[in-house]
Design a protein around this ligand. Structure first.
Ligand code: CA
Length: 377
């Protein structure tokens, strides 16, 4: 069995588990911390590496137990420990406990830590091509970007480019489609976007800035207060599940559907030297567990979003769509941003060409299948 086939089957198996656990009565059914663990009968374990313990230091860009993103990394670490019979331990360092949230890339590259969990869009200052591994506005859905990564050449390009930084990435989950954000006032036309101060990072921020928005970067802890005081007029965050917890609806009641992050990938990245030192078995355990992490996080976002949306409806939050002139301006702006970055950076041009090729075919297929179905459902 080749590696891709093996990984795909592992992902399918974990999808089946996730789906079978997705109803109101047993939403906690796939909590792996409750599965066989170190507390179980040791004599039942079979493991050739049992007496050779390996420890990996993994720092994240999220606070401890951060919903969905952080908790799925915790489940991944437990899963690796369980499957390896305790011979491989991933010691987690939530943001700022060992390295600052946005220093994880450099800390891992230098070997201070063995691995990190974060988002590739944070590293566009190092190489603008890296932001593309999270996805692009008007681009891939979560399902489509997984397809590009695993079967369209995305992961190979990502590993080739990260190798220059002594890093070896895996997909580490997906936020699934994100919402366009929370606005203090309704947006009735493109004119209402002019000069608007909005917290929006990444390629989405660059696109919004092309049509008059002033993108602001703020630490997570300052967004609510800035919105409440009118320091910013709007913010995007993720989707109903995480947005509801931030309470944005109380101070910016107009909630828009989105197209700027239609399926953002998060990353589970290893120091290349630390990765290569691992045994064949431990590498296989991490590969399978990383695929499980990737699919579980995607589906948990979906599941939590549907329940949070119900609560937003109960709170009478207005869910709106951007006017057509804003969407048209967004598409023009995206083309400009891509042209500019492609001229500035040959890596960006290479990765975008690969995305463009897969996306063109994906759109044709999704139009005749998923779009048709969703319109008729
Ligand atoms: Ca976002």
């Amino acid at each position: 069995m080749n590696r891709r086939k093996f990984l795909t089957q592992a992902a399918l198996a974990s999808s089946a588990i996730a789906l079978s656990g997705c109803n109101e009565s047993n939403r906690e059914a796939i909590d792996y911390s409750k599965h066989p663990s170190a507390k179980e009968d040791e004599s039942k374990r079979v493991n050739v590496n049992k007496n050779k313990k390996t420890m990996i230091k993994l720092a994240t860009s999220w606070p401890a137990h951060f919903p969905i993103m952080g908790t799925n990394v915790e489940k991944f670490a437990q899963r690796v420990k369980d499957v390896s019979g305790g011979s491989l331990e991933i010691k987690l360092y939530p943001k700022n406990t060992l390295v600052p949230a946005l220093a994880v890339f450099d800390a891992c590259s230098s070997g201070q830590i063995d691995a990190f969990h974060s988002g590739p869009y944070y590293w566009k200052g190092k190489n603008s091509a890296f932001s593309l591994y999270s996805g692009i506005p008007f681009g891939f859905t979560a399902e489509e970007i997984n397809s590009w990564m695993l079967f369209g050449g995305g992961l190979e390009l990502w590993r080739e480019q990260y190798a220059k930084y002594n890093l070896y990435p895996f997909m580490g989950g997906n936020t699934n489609i994100q919402m366009g954000g929370w606005f203090r006032k309704p947006i009735e036309s493109l004119a209402d976007m002019q000069g608007l101060k909005m917290r929006i990072p990444g390629l989405g921020g660059e696109v919004f800035s092309k049509f008059g928005v002033n993108p602001i970067l703020l630490p997570a802890g300052e967004i609510y207060t800035s919105l409440e005081r009118g320091v910013i007029d709007a913010t995007e965050w993720v989707g109903p599940a995480l947005d509801l917890k931030m309470g944005f609806y109380k101070v910016a009641p107009y909630y828009y559907s989105g197209w700027h992050e239609p399926g953002s990938i998060l990353e589970l990245t290893f120091n290349k030297h630390s990765w290569e030192k691992l045994s064949f078995e431990h590498k296989a355990i991490i590969e399978v567990s990383a695929n499980e992490l990737n699919s579980n996080m995607t589906y948990e976002f979906h599941s939590e979003n549907i329940h949070a949306l119900k609560k937003l409806h109960e709170l009478d939050v207005k869910i709106l769509q951007f006017p057509q002139d804003v969407i048209a301006a967004g598409k023009v702006a995206l083309t400009q941003v891509i042209e500019e970055l492609s001229v500035q950076n040959s890596d960006f041009k290479t990765v975008y060409a690969s995305i463009e090729n897969h996306l063109k075919l994906s759109k044709e297929w999704s139009d005749v299948s998923l779009r048709y179905f969703l319109n008729e459902r």
